[in-house]
Design a protein around this ligand. Sequence first.
Ligand code: ADP
Length: 494
Amino acid sequence: MRIFHVTSEYAPFAKVGGLADAVRGLSRELSKCTEQTTVCLPYYQSLPPEVKKQLNLSSQVTFPWNTSEQMVDIYTYQDNDLTLLLFKPLDTDYFDRNLIYGHPDDTERFLYFCLAVNAYLSTQNYDILHLHDWTCGLLAYLQNNRKESSKIVFTIHNAEHQGAFSLNSIKSIELNQLLSTQTLGDQNTINLMRLAINHSDFITTVSPSYRNDLLTEFFSFELFDVLQPKADVFKGILNGIDYDDWNPTNDSFIPYHYNTSYFQNSAIINETSHKLANKASLFQSLQMPQARRPLVIAITRLTPQKGLDLLQHALYRTLENGGCFILLGSSHDPETHQQFTKLSLKFENHPRVRIFIDFDESLAHKLYAAADISVIPSIFEPCGLTQLISLRYGTLPVVRKTGGLQDSIHDIDYGQCDESLRNGFVFNNPDFSGVDSALDRAMKLWFDDSEKWNAIVGRSMEIDLSWNKPAQIYLETYNDLLSGSTYTSQKTRC
Ligand code: ADP
């Protein structure tokens, strides 16, 4: 099977959030068991120099854009069995920017990327074209005249961002002609996510609960009318995490490596746990006093989706309960940035609080390894990876019951499943008392019953959260599509 993934992010070198981790984890896993797996990504100026050094110029494509011929170089990067293709435009500076998103011409940038990938795909044979989120949505439409036997899968990683824009705002005459029949209402609006849903053979999203949400009128971000008719070709598959990238037994970012055996013998835990040593090392490096207190962390993009007031409340509640709190958050929104900078100044000299307004991969690993509890009070959460990474590092999650958080975290006291599968603390309502109801229980258990705490940590670290199972489900989905045993929703192609 020959598979092409197209994405705007790929961890670790082009990462804003979970999309980057998910595409990397899934494509790497698929590359182990398929004939050919290739990932197409823009060549960002911000790629690390060590990655740029390993790139080989392999081909070039041209396509028309506003009546002039555009040239795009394609560089290859080999990651074991996986091939990455990086598309570098020679005639524009669309990707010569420090940030992946947040530019006024974002829509135009990713439309341009899709046209370049489309020009390349027209020279290739593939079985599956797998597109991720709105930035790649145009390709589902552009590839309409592909071979009948090739199938398109579109994954919704976050339906909040749909790539809606006015066709009048796009410079390219060719795109204006191409998309003129696809506008919505009389506003000349194109919505790339809707376009991709309409023109794909199969749609997935990143957890079963989020799929269910997207099929309701209220929680679908107004995609209900296009998703509902395709419900039988729409699946929710919970993401995994890449076990090479997230592995406390050999993580190069953390000073002390550890595994579950430290938590299986409570007699040795206080003396020798390397997780505790990571905590001590972190406290020392951040000049926080060494004391027996639970460390609560939050590692997140600072956007309203993540429950920003609930995060701040969790900080205050942690302090009231006698714990330490470290927040690592990034934001491209100036107002949010200012709000959290203010918060960090307020706690500048507090011995038990540290706030970093930054994107810092290395610090993130150190925090997962050092912490006892991670708090994830999302208003909505398509999948969420921080709770999965937390479990892998023996850090118990406190989460709001929504989307992928609901599918992966089962409450230690009230979970409906077998006790052996319970792995965190869950609350229902996105309000302060909701946070308290779960965070208080977590912190009380940490203080009162370290034996029980360690037993839960030990078994949570052993849950299989790898891409192994989810990749198999994707592979089965691809196979069903190719063999025709899946009803293909797009019966006619325009
Ligand atoms: P989302 O995709 O909505 O941002 P996820 O939970 O799916 O949220 O994925 C977040 C990913 O980004 C995780 O790998 C997390 O560790 C990482 N991350 C989020 N914020 C930061 C940050 N400020 N610094 C470093 N890594 C971060």
